[in-house]
Ligand binder design. Structure first.
Ligand SMILES: Cc1ncc(COP(=O)(O)O)c(C=O)c1O
Length: 371
């Protein structure tokens, strides 16, 4: 009765775990900072309301916000401009636009596996064929250009890269990005670069593949994670002008414009003090260290270099779904690795967007269960 396109995928495994949440359970399943949006950003939103910014904005977004995004990406060596950016309803819409504008039915899209839950459904909605490229714990979950090269065919249209990565916290090196760009140039495909965790980084500096070849890359980013603004729904794409024009058609008809008040808030976020971002990242770093300490001796786990997740493998006879269900019954919510792709099986994703105290309490329960 319904359109076939939605029958090929289901709601994310992350939601399934939340459905099991009992009162009092400790939630280490969250994909958002457990911090409030910084005060100066909220003030900017209040002021925008008072000044009557309650109507549609230009389809692409307020020009001053686009200028702020241009300046923000200068720090990564990406030269961009007004005609290359669209403000979207979160990074989620930014990704959707990229898939809709690039993928024809039958085109292959190479996805990191394990990888963020949206890539596979977005590929299918666009009529594409998902092709998984394994990321291995042996490489600290960094996608390797060789693993991508093995999956390239003459139907490859796009490769998705996500650094820092959800669910593993892996951060790609510049030489790896260089390798992906060379493959894209040689085999004439595009890179969709999901950079929503660009600032949640514990080591080194974020590398955008758009700094290597802007003609091959569509960046999807948002203010969601960096500024603790997940509910504001404000993201953006950066892409070559010709692709931006095509994406704008989709954006115009499905969204019209990103939320006006959120655009004003995002402008304050990008142009204002970055102290709160630095403070948040330091807190995440300390919690990551606590989590790694707890995991010692009970699981194999690569040390994450970014985002706020760890992706351990516990030595148990349970599948990752069985283990997460057992943990949920015992009062700790985590996400089964299998929700992120076939190669996530055996792992669980633990988010440390939770208080130090809750992390300690959760690990008491986890240790009892896996012992
Ligand atoms: C890797 C990744 N990309 C994109 C998103 C979408 O974020 P948003 O739509 O809030 O910008 C998320 C959210 O969890 C994510 O983890």
């Amino acid at each position: 009765m319904w359109a076939e396109r939605t029958s090929h995928f289901s709601l994310s495994g992350i939601r399934e775990m939340f459905a099991l949440t009992k009162p009092g359970a400790i939630n280490l399943g969250l994909g958002q900072p457990d911090f409030d949006t910084p005060a100066h950003i909220k003030e900017a939103a209040k002021e925008a309301l008072d000044r009557g910014y309650t109507g549609y904005t230009p389809n692409k977004g307020f020009p001053e916000l686009i200028d702020a995004i241009v300046s923000y990406y200068e720090q990564y060596g990406v030269q961009t401009g007004q005609e290359q950016i669209i403000c979207t309803s979160g990074g989620s819409e930014a990704l959707h636009l990229a898939f809709e504008a690039l993928i024809n039915p039958g085109d292959e899209v190479i996805l990191p596996d394990p990888g963020f839950v949206a890539y596979l459904p977005l590929t299918l909605v666009a009529g594409g064929v998902p092709v998984s490229a394994r990321v291995s714990a042996d490489d600290n979950f960094r996608l390797q250009p060789d693993a991508v090269a093995d999956r390239v065919t003459d139907k490859t249209k796009a490769l998705v890269i996500n650094s820092p990565a959800n669910p593993t916290g892996a951060v790609q090196r510049r030489n790896e990005m260089q390798g992906f760009v060379e493959l894209a140039d040689d085999h004439d495909f595009y890179i969709i670069s999901d950079e929503v965790y660009d600032k949640i980084l514990y080591k080194g500096k974020h590398v955008s593949p758009a700094s290597i070849d802007p003609d091959r890359v569509i960046v999807a980013n948002s203010v969601s994670k960096t500024y603790a603004m997940t509910g504001w729904r404000l993201g953006y794409t950066i892409a070559p002008a010709a692709i931006t024009e095509e994406m704008l058609k989709v954006h115009q008809y499905i969204q019209a414009c990103a939320p006006s008040i959120s655009q004003k808030a995002a402008y304050a976020a990008l142009t204002g003090s970055q102290d709160s971002v630095r403070a948040m990242v330091e807190k995440f770093r300390a919690r990551r260290n606590v989590v790694m300490h707890h995991l010692k001796g009970i699981a194999e786990c690569a040390t994450p270099e970014g985002a706020f997740y760890v992706f351990p493998r516990f030595t148990t006879s349970y599948t990752s779904l069985e283990l997460t269900k057992k943990l949920a019954e015992a009062g700790v919510i985590v996400v089964p690795g299998s929700a992120f792709g076939q190669f996530g099986e055996g792992h669980v994703r633990i988010s440390y967007a939770a208080s130090h105290e809750n992390i300690d309490r959760a690990f008491q329960i986890i240790k009892e269960l896996v012992a």
